[in-house]
Design a protein around this ligand. Structure first.
Ligand SMILES: C[S@@+](CC[C@H](N)C(=O)[O-])C[C@H]1O[C@@H](n2cnc3c(N)ncnc32)[C@H](O)[C@@H]1O
Length: 252
């Protein structure tokens, strides 16, 4: 049976790769590499660097995977994501059938950890649900959340307390949840931190975490929000894209 290894590759530093991931990389015959256009070119470069540095076994192949554009979400966010996943599942199935021999191992390199805000597991499950015979396993990776905490030398939760991981979109929609003290925000295209009343909050922010151009800022939200907005805008203009995440915490 065809086999797919879904390998977390860390959040921007090739040295995030675990020994388990290196071993898995060396078992892969065909890597399926998503091509998401300009913004993701830097991410593709990291994947390629990882393969060059850590794969000792010659003869593996790289197969580009064209990612269809997701339709604008409108009012039905879940519906548009479901349609997009179905389209992706078709594209993956076609490629697996065409490019992966019956006894070969395919590899999907996933940014950060596959368990956090990533569709790969859902898509591979959808391919199987379509009746395509496939086995797969998951190798965990260092996520941007861990990279953020390490870069700032912070513990994400207060003693005995929970931590919520959410998106910028949710923070904009619902504000900072009343019943939470520590919230990690990802996928924030809107600088959602700037929309909450800043008094009583600290922020630990990081962009391009783990990469050579990592940027960090932290402090009282009321004092650093403007600086983070400026850093973010400058970095985005300089690089053409940005990936950032942050921890917001109510001060005691
Ligand atoms: C589609 S999610 C993928 C998350 C990934 N699976 C993980 O474990 O980190 C992309 C979001 O992760 C965060 N992210 C990923 N890599 C990052 C990095 N190197 N620096 C800052 N944020 C990052 C950003 O919030 C970005 O919008």
């Amino acid at each position: 049976m065809r086999r797919i290894r879904i390998i977390g590759i860390g959040a921007g530093n090739p040295e995030h790769l675990t020994l388990q991931a290196v071993r898995a990389l060396n078992e892969v015959d065909v890597f399926f590499v998503p091509d998401k256009g300009a913004e993701k070119a830097a991410l593709r470069e990291l994947r390629e660097e990882i393969c060059r540095r850590f794969i000792e076994r010659p003869g593996y192949r790289m197969v580009p995977l064209r990612i269809p554009q997701r339709a604008p979400a409108g009012s039905d966010y879940r519906g548009s994501v479901d349609d997009w996943h179905a389209e992706l599942a078709q594209a993956y199935e076609r490629l697996f059938a065409e490019e992966l021999g019956e006894s070969e191992v395919g590899g999907l390199l996933v940014w950060g950890d596959p368990a956090l805000y990533d569709s790969t597991l859902r898509i591979v499950e959808a391919v199987r649900a379509r009746g395509f015979a496939l086995d797969y396993d998951v190798v965990p990776g260092i996520s941007s959340v861990q990279a953020l905490a390490a870069a700032h030398r912070v513990v994400l939760n207060r003693i005995g307390e929970p931590v919520l991981i959410t998106t910028g979109r949710k923070l904009v929609e619902a504000g900072f949840p009343e019943d939470q003290g520590s919230v990690v925000v990802m996928l924030d295209g809107e600088q959602a931190f700037a929309g909450i009343a800043p008094e009583g909050f600290d922020i630990y922010w990081g962009a391009y975490l783990g990469a050579k151009n990592e940027i960090l800022a932290s402090g009282r939200l009321s004092e650093v929000a403007e600086e983070i907005k400026r850093l973010r805008a400058e970095a985005r203009a300089a690089n053409g894209w940005i990936m950032d995440a942050y921890l917001l915490r109510r001060r005691d």
